[in-house]
Design a protein around this ligand. Sequence first.
Ligand code: ZN
Ligand code: ZN
Length: 480
Amino acid sequence: MEDSRQVVQAKSPAWPRALLASWTLLGVFKGRQIDATKPCMLCSPAGSNGDKLDEDAQAQRDKEMDENANLPVRDNITTEESLDSRCPVCLSLLWNADGMVVSDYTDAVPRWVNNRLVGSLSLLFVSLYLVCCVGTLGWYFYEFWGDLRQVTHFVSFLSYGGILLGVAWVCTASNVLQYVRRAPGNSCRWYNVLHADYIARRLRCLTGRKFRLPASMFLTLSILWAVVNVAFQVVSLVQFLNSGNLKPEKMSSNTTCPTVVPQTAEYAVFVFVKTFLGMVIAAIGLPIYAAFWHYVLVMRKGLTAELNLVLVFVKNNEGRVDWCRRRVVEIHREVSLLRRILVRLMPFIVATGVLGLTVHISWNYNVYSDSEHEKCQKNLAKDNLIINIFIFSEKFMVLFLPLLAVGGLNIDHIWQQFTYALSRLKNSDHEEFWDRLMHFTKELDPEHKDIDLTVVLAVVSLYLGRNLTGQQLDYTKSGA
Ligand SMILES: [Zn+2]
Ligand SMILES: [Zn+2]
């Protein structure tokens, strides 16, 4: 119970280069000094960061003042001497994996990465990704909308492009809002999830003296997967250019199959522009996509590690309801920030990804099993083989990376684990303390009920796949 007031301080180690590279892609570094110190709610200047529970805050503050009259309640000074005078909750917010207090981030990110030039270049990159996604989807709508024979192809691409667009939108919007609103890195805004300060707070709990790249396997494999997809894209582009599909007059020679669409010059232009945009999306978008989900995975690991540190804090401060409650509030706010993004992104991605896969599988069924034009269909399957593998590969990639990174449909499970662990710590010495803390923790995070689009869309897509006949099945005729 006795609070040992000695503070062991440490400096943050340098972040691994692979992390710096992948987060530069996401536009995390904008040349601002990283400030990972975040005062607890009572110590921070009132109203500065949109608190949710401000009603009890005043009452709690008064109580706190009586309890710890010797502790100054507000201090924003981050110099080393002031650390000793911080309240225990504030100090526990600065714990790293070894339980040392880390507030010095001068060595974490080198200047040549964290500067304004790099920041604006990454913003440019991320916006280019968004623009290309919108552009390609727009092209598809313009060309395929209302054409019943192209519905399979259209929906198939729409599901893939839509997912990429979702992530592009999150990255771009968060970057732009950080520039426009300039909210401090410790405020509770959803776009601050990609803020260097938020990231530094998460990484602190993953590191001790040394810093090994977290989730390095995931990053390596997903970047490799992205490179493979880009290679596929190049191969199918070459195949497409060699087949001479860009010249409309040649098309009449191989129209023995009734499924081939008559090609026009306008259509050839469409295919060309679309293929070009597709290349740019693959080359820029897929690495950013992989980096984004690696980042989500690292954030999830960081939050899990911090929840374990909270358990240690609660164990050390058994009986002090107010301190423990404040610590739980702090971590809950950090968890809900990431959750707020994922709760919108994940159902969309899973539903759309499942739709895309089902549509593509039904395309496979049509190509391989149609007996009407036996000879013709065989050629079709052979001609489309590379595109077929490529589409499977990219569709699996956009669906599985998020699922792996989040570890399910959302990150609620880490909060659940925390409440279980908390109730296991319970003992009869402080019956009332535990009851109040458990009650408070449960109240903080009521069960979330999100509409499950997944099942609905999967059924719809099966229906779509089975009931649309006479589709234009040859994807090679319209580029990759
Ligand atoms: Zn404090
Ligand atoms: Zn209550």
